[in-house]
Design a protein around this ligand. Structure first.
Ligand code: ATR
Length: 273
C-alpha cells in the first residue's frame, strides 16, 4: 500500500517539499505519496491528528508550527529537544516522534556540497532566534576551532549560550563583538533578509577565503550576501542545499534509504545575482 506523507504549514503552498520527496521516492523506488496540508493557525494539532487517523506515516513541519510540532511529540531526538522545535514527525503505532534536521542539513551542505570544512575552522553564526537555535547542536558536533554567535540583541545570544551550557561551548555577543576575527564560514540565521536588511556585522569578519551562507533560500543576492561580497567573501551561497539536505535526512529517517541530493539541488537553485 502507498504510504502517505505531507508537509504542514501556514502558508505552505510555496513549499518545495512535495517536489523534493516525490523525486526522492522515484529515485529510490519507494512506494509513497507526498502532499500538502495547510492548517489553520489555531488548528495544527487537529490537522496532524486527522492526517494520522487517515493512515499518514510522517510529516514535515514548516512555519509557524515547528514549536507546536515539538510539543505534540512523545519522543524527541536531542537536537529537537535542544532547539525546542521539530521540522519532521514520524507516526508509529500511536506514537509521534520528533526530529529536527535543519542543522544537519546545513552542515552537510556546507561541508559536503560546498567543500568548506567546519571542523577546526572559525564559524560565525548570526542570529539567536529559532533558526539559529535549531542549527547549533550539529555545528557544535563538528568541533569548529571557534564558534561565535553574534546577535543584534546581545542578551539573546548570551541566553542561547546559557541554554547550551553543558552541551557545548561557544562565544556569544552583539553583532560588533567579533570585529577582530576573520571567520572561514559566516552563516546568516537572522530574519533580517525578510525585511530587506542586512545584519550590521563588521566587514572585517569576512575573511578573504570565506564562505557567506544565507539560510533563506531563493531570494537572490540578499542584503547579507551583498554585504559579504562587498567585504571580500569569495564564496556566496543560499539555503537551497540546506533545504534539500534536510529533506534527504528526513527521507532516510522515514524510509531507511538515503537519496542522492545533487540533481535536486541543481534543479532548485536560483541564481544569486
Ligand atoms: P527565526 O525563527 O527566523 O529565527 P526569530 O526567532 O524571530 O525568527 O529570530 C529572529 C532573529 O533575527 C533574531 O536573532 C533577531 O535579532 P534580535 O534578537 O535582536 O531580535 C534577528 N533579526 C531580525 N531582524 C534583524 C535585523 N534587521 N538585523 C539584525 N538581526 C535581525
Amino acid at each position: 500500500m502507498t504510504d502517505r506523507y505531507a508537509v504542514i504549514g501556514h502558508p505552505v503552498k510555496h513549499s518545495k517539499s512535495p517536489q523534493i520527496h516525490t523525486e526522492f521516492a522515484r529515485q529510490t523506488a519507494q512506494d509513497l505519496s507526498y502532499g500538502i496540508v495547510e492548517a489553520p493557525l489555531d488548528g495544527f494539532v487537529e490537522a496532524v491528528n486527522a492526517f494520522r487517523a487517515d493512515g499518514g506515516k510522517g510529516m514535515n513541519v514548516t512555519a509557524p508550527f515547528k514549536l507546536e510540532a515539538f510539543s505534540l511529540a512523545n519522543e524527541a531526538s536531542e537536537r529537537a529537544r535542544l532547539s525546542g522545535a521539530s521540522n519532521a514527525l514520524k507516526f508509529d503505532d500511536g506514537s509521534i516522534a520528533a526530529e529536527n534536521f535543519d542543522g544537519v542539513g546545513l552542515v552537510n551542505d556546507i561541508q559536503r556540497n560546498l567543500g568548506y570544512p567546519i571542523r577546526g575552522h572559525r564559524v560565525l553564526l548570526l542570529g539567536a532566534g529559532g533558526a539559529a537555535r535549531g542549527v547549533l547542536l550539529p555545528l557544535l558536533a563538528e568541533e569548529p576551532r571557534l564558534l561565535a554567535v553574534a546577535n543584534r540583541t546581545a542578551a539573546n545570544a548570551l541566553a542561547l549560550r546559557h541554554h547550551f551550557a553543558g552541551v557545548g561551548a561557544f562565544a556569544a555577543g552583539g553583532l560588533g563583538e567579533f570585529a577582530d576575527t576573520a571567520f572561514d564560514v559566516i552563516i546568516n540565521a537572522t530574519s533580517a533578509s525578510l525585511t530587506g536588511e542586512a545584519p550590521a556585522v563588521p566587514g572585517s569578519c569576512f575573511g578573504a577565503e570565506s564562505l557567506a551562507y544565507e539560510m533563506v533560500y531563493g531570494k537572490g543576492l540578499t542584503p547579507f550576501l551583498a554585504l559579504a561580497r562587498a567585504s571580500g567573501a569569495v564564496r556566496l551561497a543560499d539555503g537551497v542545499g540546506m533545504l534539500v539536505e534536510q529533506a534527504a535526512e528526513g527521507f532516510l529517517w522515514w524510509r531507511g534509504v538515503r537519496p542522492d541530493t545533487r540533481g535536486m539541488i541543481e534543479r532548485l537553485t536560483v541564481p544569486l545575482a
